[in-house]
Design a protein around this ligand. Structure first.
Ligand SMILES: Cc1ncc(C[n+]2csc(CCOP(=O)(O)OP(=O)(O)O)c2C)c(N)n1
Length: 539
């Protein structure tokens, strides 16, 4: 057997059944061998960047390893995607072909290790054909343990070398639960008991925690609940769910968070976006619970730091409250639940058929047309504040965050990856016209070729809206920010998918039909007046 095939089989042995990639001479035999294995899928992206974004989206919603492959030199096309996946903490393996070590001059030979270095991804080598399967196993293990991309360099000539005959043992890994210390729990409980207006905040690190244990604690201490953006959906349906804390907060939530005197944070690093650059933590006691020691106090100092599992910590805090016979705070009142419900109703206020399309209404319509449970990816741009605020998910793991470095154009790749990981769920991606042209157009056809079922809502305001409103606000000529694009619905049809142009509310009726009857991607081009889109942060 040749090594290319042995590596493909090795990957399968690590429970990998999907690989995204673009072929070239340095990875083609490996990719082909993987594709031919039973129970596998090779998703051929149009660009290497797309392959890495798809693998990241796959990892984000599945919690499994995302895998991509590129040929030698093409790693240069993966840089932004690697930055995003590394910062997003997605476990990802990128098998990157390389020029033969003995080969001398080659056009595609570039300093690959140096290209990857600043991205935050690890770089490892297949050292020799003999060690290849061990090198692969180590790379897989590192990606899962570190939750970041690992690039595995595969010299072109190794693919056709003889495979080693001794099999590699893949250990079964049994993850343990990190028990918080009794001392830390008592310290945390005394802070909570001393609070009058506690708030329970959960981030992506608590996404797989037992949510009932968190809810029970919140109820026991009398705290409303909130999440970070990446913890979105954890408390879906809870009458005291404030939604997202920080820059994306609704008005009632903003007021309640500002007014609280103690934050009990689970699985969040309390970033500047969640805490309004630390402003929301000022004057409050903060208890931070996380399994990752690097998350604790990463951005702002906290009062009590607890290293431990969210579920165990929540259960033991509830028990300590009972032991102390401590009363629940009155912060979680019926009045608050009523105010939250009233705000949600006002935000969702129905539009009349004759009223012009508006961004807020369009997002609520999308929630109804493609309701959770479904996966979600949202691109960057002026529209994204409303999209991230309004579009719900049933579970944080259904949301693949692709704004880890704030680049536009990544959502289509992430969305294809998410849809590939969860074919049992509908998939929704929201993107602007600028983001789609920057990084979505070519991969839209990937979704067509692979018949990926997804709804892409393209908010077309004919502008880089995020820049447009700033120029206009300053009284400057916005000419450089406006674009006369071709029709995106027509482009979607020409690329083999389904395109629907929405200029008035009634046009959405056709969207519902298309979603249920058409296979492959459906692109919904929503035309908005660029002078009528709310500025980010404006409600
Ligand atoms: C890779 C990258 N290039 C440029 C930018 C700067 N940028 C931020 S938002 C934006 C405009 C996006 O336009 P569009 O997708 O149409 O969304 P809109 O702002 O109009 O809602 C640009 C160019 C960026 N964030 N990332």
């Amino acid at each position: 057997m040749e090594l290319g095939e042995a590596l493909a089989r090795g990957l399968r042995g690590h429970d990998v059944d999907v690989m995204f990639g673009v072929m070239g001479d340095a990875n083609m035999y490996f990719a082909d061998a993987f594709h031919k294995l039973q129970g596998t899928r090779f998703v051929a992206s149009a660009n290497e960047s797309g392959a890495v974004l798809m693998a990241a989206g796959y990892a984000a919603v599945s919690g499994r390893l995302g895998v991509a492959t590129v040929t030698h030199g093409a790693i240069a096309n993966c840089v932004s995607a690697l930055f995003d996946a590394a910062r997003g903490r997605y476990p990802l393996l990128l098998v990157a072909g390389d020029t033969a070590r003995s080969g001398g001059y080659h056009l595609q030979n570039i300093p690959q290790r140096e290209v990857v270095a600043p991205t935050g991804a690890a770089y490892r080598e297949v050292r020799s054909p003999e060690t290849a399967l061990t090198d692969l196993a180590a790379a897989v293990q590192q990606a899962l343990a570190d939750r970041r991309p690992v690039v595995l360099e595969l010299p072109v000539d190794f693919q056709e070398a003889d495979a080693p005959t001794t099999p590699v043992r893949v250990p079964a890994i049994f993850p343990g639960v990190l028990e918080p210390s009794r001392e830390a729990m008592e310290e945390a409980a005394s802070v909570i008991i001393g609070a009058n207006r506690p708030l329970l905040l959960a981030g992506r690190g608590a996404a797989t925690a037992d949510v009932d244990s968190l809810r029970k604690l919140a109820e026991r201490i009398g705290a409303p609940v909130a999440t970070t953006l990446r913890g979105k959906g954890l408390f879906a349906g809870d009458p005291w769910d404030l939604g997202i804390c920080g820059t994306l907060a609704d008005p009632v939530a903003s007021e309640v968070v500002a007014n609280s005197d103690c934050i009990v944070a689970f699985g969040t690093s309390l970033s500047a976006l969640t805490t309004l650059k630390g402003e929301l933590l000022a004057g409050k006691r903060v208890v931070q619970i996380d399994t990752d020691p690097a998350a604790i106090g990463r951005y702002y100092p906290v009062d009590v730091a607890v290293m431990g599992d969210a579920t165990v910590a929540a259960q033991s805090l509830t028990a300590l409250m009972d032991e102390a016979d401590a009363p629940a705070a009155a912060f979680r009142s019926e009045e608050l639940a009523d105010r939250l419900a009233a705000w949600a109703e006002q935000d969702r206020a129905p539009r009349t058929a004759a009223s012009p399309l508006d961004l807020t209404g369009v997002m609520h319509r999308l929630n109804a047309l493609v309701p959770p449970p479904r996966t979600l990816t949202v691109d960057g741009g002026r529209f994204c504040h409303e999209a991230l605020r309004i579009l719900q998910v049933a579970d944080p793991t259904h949301y693949a965050h692709c704004l880890n470095v704030g680049h536009i154009g990544m959502s289509i790749g992430y969305g294809i990856g998410a849809a590939t990981a969860r074919p049992d769920l509908p998939a929704l991606t929201v993107v602007g016209d600028g983001g789609f042209m920057l990084g979505g157009l070519t991969e839209f056809n990937t979704a067509v070729r692979h018949q990926t079922s997804m709804v892409i809502c393209l908010i077309n305001d004919g502008a880089y809206g995020a820049e447009y409103y700033r120029f206009v606000g300053k009284g400057l000529d916005p000419a450089l920010t406006t674009f006369d694009w071709p029709g995106f619905a027509e482009i979607a049809n020409a690329l083999g998918g389904t395109g629907i142009r929405v200029e008035e509310w009634a046009d959405f009726d056709r969207v519902g039909e298309a979603i249920t009857t058409n296979a492959g991607p459906v692109l919904v081009e929503v035309i908005l007046d660029r002078d009528d889109v709310p500025d980010p942060g404006e409600h």
